[in-house]
Design a protein around this ligand. Structure first.
Ligand code: PLP
Length: 390
């Protein structure tokens, strides 16, 4: 059976060129980048070349890029270090954040007594910047604002520049989880005064286990993993040279082809949206995922009937989708994001589906998804029609 992969917000397939670059490093560049001999220095040169490339695209200096093992580690490091070393006593965040931010904030409350304040989203998953400004005005405590750039479930985009300006105005630190947007959108950090951001290679056809944190120069941030002086002591441990080279190759391909990839993916998303509207006229779209104010890789559908087994049934038809973020997809409950934006009736009687695309996705993949969705939904639709006519 030919399979269709529509879960690219969870992770993406590796690009062939990325695999080649990584295999070559595994075979030929085994030196430790901290070693002073030529083997070490060759590995070090590879790392620095990737760092330079990333910094150039983000319009920052290479010293502001810290290689880590993933988005989760980057977000942990930033939030924990803000509390432990930069005197943060209050965190403003939202219920839309990925678990690696949400749980870290809760831990900072439990362990360090940090005050945690949530900005509540409206039913389209939008946050009020007026409310954020009010919160920033009304406290003497050193504050960290941590709000994601694009939501991984419903795709809503935050106006990074406006939030960063507000944080600057009120002397708050600003961290944004940019895991879903790095290498998908053009981010110019010479114009957006964000203090900290995060990236994960496997969201753009790079390897799992490789990412970086953007740490604004002179921020005073320290590492949370202690040991050797790697990454200017911000992240001890021998660098994952192969993973970083894979990240670098995936980054280069995504940045160089961004306009081509994004216009293809936007076409696919529009096609998927119109096929859903045509075949499931009562379906809705969650958050802003069907509008321009959303990440082009994500479409979040709300089907007008309850089928908790839909993910499994689609998988049996060869279609991989998700119902929330990968981290909570085993959970029986709807995700925090959906619980924050859907009403009780929708939570009780509807079925959410997140489909997410990459530049490898084709219209034929969408056709296969729609026909599988029709197949697994037909009994529910008939039952719903019968109930309505009774
Ligand atoms: N933040 C967001 C928004 C994500 O979507 C993810 C991955 O699902 C992460 C953080 C975690 O990244 P990683 O899988 O690299 O730890």
């Amino acid at each position: 059976m030919e399979k269709v992969y529509l879960d690219n917000a969870a992770t993406t397939p590796l690009n062939e060129e990325v695999i080649d670059a990584m295999v070559s490093v595994l075979r030929d560049n085994y030196g430790n980048p901290s070693s002073t001999h030529s083997f070490g220095q060759e590995a070090k040169t590879l790392l620095e070349e990737v760092r330079r490339k990333i910094a150039e695209a983000l319009r920052v200096t290479p010293g502001e890029i810290v290689f880590t093992s993933c988005g989760t580690e980057s977000n942990n490091m930033i939030i924990k270090s803000c509390v432990n070393y930069l005197g943060v006593q209050r965190i403003i965040t939202s219920p839309l954040e990925h678990k690696c931010v949400a749980e870290t904030c809760l831990e900072m409350k439990r362990l360090n007594g940090v005050e945690l304040v949530y900005l509540r989203p409206d039913n389209k998953a939008n946050l009020s910047l007026e409310k954020l400004e009010e919160l920033l005005q009304n406290s003497e405590k050193k504050t960290l604002v941590t709000l994601m750039h694009a939501n991984n479930e419903v795709g809503n985009l935050l106006d990074l520049e406006k939030v960063a300006e507000l944080c600057k105005k009120y002397d708050a630190l600003f961290h944004s989880d940019t895991v879903q947007t790095m290498a998908h959108l053009d981010l110019d950090f010479s114009k957006i005064p964000v203090d900290f951001a995060s990236c994960s290679a496997h969201k753009f056809h790079g390897p799992k286990g490789s990412g970086f944190a953007f740490v604004r120069k002179a921020s005073g941030l320290k590492g949370i993993i202690t040991g050797g002086p790697q990454e200017r002591s911000l992240r001890a441990g021998t660098e994952n040279v192969c993973g970083i080279v894979g990240l670098g190759k995936a980054w280069e391909l995504s940045i160089d082809n961004m306009s081509e990839y994004s216009s293809h993916i936007k076409d696919i998303k529009n096609y998927c949206k119109s096929e859903i509207e045509k075949n499931f006229p009562e379906a809705k779209f969650n958050g802003e995922s069907a509008t321009e104010n959303s990440l082009y890789t994500v479409l979040n559908i709300l089907l007008p009937f309850k089928n908790p087994l839909i993910g499994l049934q689609l998988d049996m038809q060869g279609v991989a989708i998700s119902q929330g973020s990968a981290c909570s997809s085993g959970a029986a409950k709807p995700s925090m994001v959906l619980m924050s934006i859907l009403d009780e009736e929708e939570l009780e009687n509807c079925t959410p589906l997140r489909v997410s695309f990459s530049h490898y996705t084709t219209k034929a993949d969408i056709d296969k998804f729609i026909s599988a969705l029709k197949e697994v939904s037909k009994d529910f639709i008939i039952e719903k029609q019968n109930t309505e006519h009774r």
